[in-house]
Design a protein around this ligand. Structure first.
Ligand code: BJW
Ligand code: ZN
Length: 237
């Protein structure tokens, strides 16, 4: 059996990583997402974008995987599991998942925005949120940026192709902790639905996917995922 998990920020919420669109506590309650997480934002205010990502980098280094990440990793004892994640926090890998496809990149790698060479120096640790920090410069004069995908940028080809394969070859797709509004990633569960593959959504809130999912569990990730495979016969009939 092949299970493909499609995850978003909600799976890491219980590790202490704020989600994007949570109006009360989300990162974007304080900043404009289209400004800070877009190629236009980087071109106009690289110092603000860099400061924000240094702070998130620090935060993601200091949190741990939760029961939901660990449950997904443990499913490898019973099934061929692929994780397609929009998250850049590497918590799936740290929990032990072995096949993780990053459609929006990783915040643990950096490269030059001009010559694209990989940046291997340590980035500064930034425990407090500052408004502006100048990014390091590459030898070519370009700016060092995180290896993440911003609005207006294409998704990485290889990760995308592997993710599409993981979805079309799945016997079950579990969609967890995503608002399902950011495309093209949000099209992956739709692809599974179009293939007639069972799709289970795990999200305390309703999303645009909820109506077309085979089943929606209105639970948090860490309560729904441990034991989910064992509950499948009862859930799917
Ligand atoms: C819990 C929980 C708990 C809480 N347990 N659940 C129309 C159609 C198609 C595309 C577009 C369109 N209009 C515009 C576009 C383009 C745009 C887009 O989709 N915009 C929409 C907003 C409308 N897309 C792009 O620009 C993409 N690129 C692109 O299209 O390229 C085309 C191109 C081709 C060729 C050349 C050039 C361009 C790129 C999108 C990149 C998104 N990047 C970000 C930042 C990544 C780096 C970083 O992390 O900082 O990715 S934005 C942000 O959104 C991040 C996330 O991965 C992504 C999705 O968010 P996610 O994960 O769903 O989080 P939330 O906060 O939204 O939701 C959390 C959910 O968890 C909620 O539902 C909660 O209820 C739930 N939850 N606690 C379970 N405990
Ligand atoms: Zn360079």
């Amino acid at each position: 059996m092949q299970v493909t998990v499609f995850s978003g920020a909600g799976i890491s919420a219980e590790s202490g990583v704020p989600t994007f669109r949570d109006v009360e506590t989300g990162l974007w309650a304080h900043v404009d997402p289209y400004e800070i997480s877009s190629s236009h934002g980087w071109q106009t205010h690289p110092d603000r974008v860099w400061a924000w990502y240094l702070w998130r980098h620090h935060m993601m280094r200091t949190v741990d995987p939760n029961d939901a990440h660990r449950a997904v990793a443990a499913w490898e004892d019973y099934a061929q599991v692929h994780v397609v994640t929009q998250n850049v926090d590497n918590l799936h890998e740290r929990a032990g998942s072995s096949r993780v496809h990053h459609v929006h990149g990783s915040l643990f790698e950096f490269h030059c925005d001009r010559c694209r060479s990989v940046y291997t120096d340590e980035v500064p640790d930034m425990p407090e949120a500052l408004e502006s920090v100048d990014p390091p410069r590459c030898r070519c004069g370009g700016l060092i940026r995180p290896d993440v995908v911003w609005f207006g940028e294409p998704l990485p080809d290889e990760a995308w192709q592997r993710s599409v394969d993981a979805v079309v070859n799945a016997d079950l797709v579990v969609v967890v902790g995503t608002s399902s509004v950011v495309y093209p990633a949000a099209g992956l569960p739709e692809l599974a639905v179009a293939h007639g593959t069972p799709v289970i959504e795990v999200n305390p809130e309703r999303t645009p996917l909820s109506d077309s999912a085979t089943l929606t569990l209105r639970e948090t990730a860490s309560s729904a995922l441990p034991g989910l495979l064992q509950r499948l016969p009862a859930l799917l009939g």
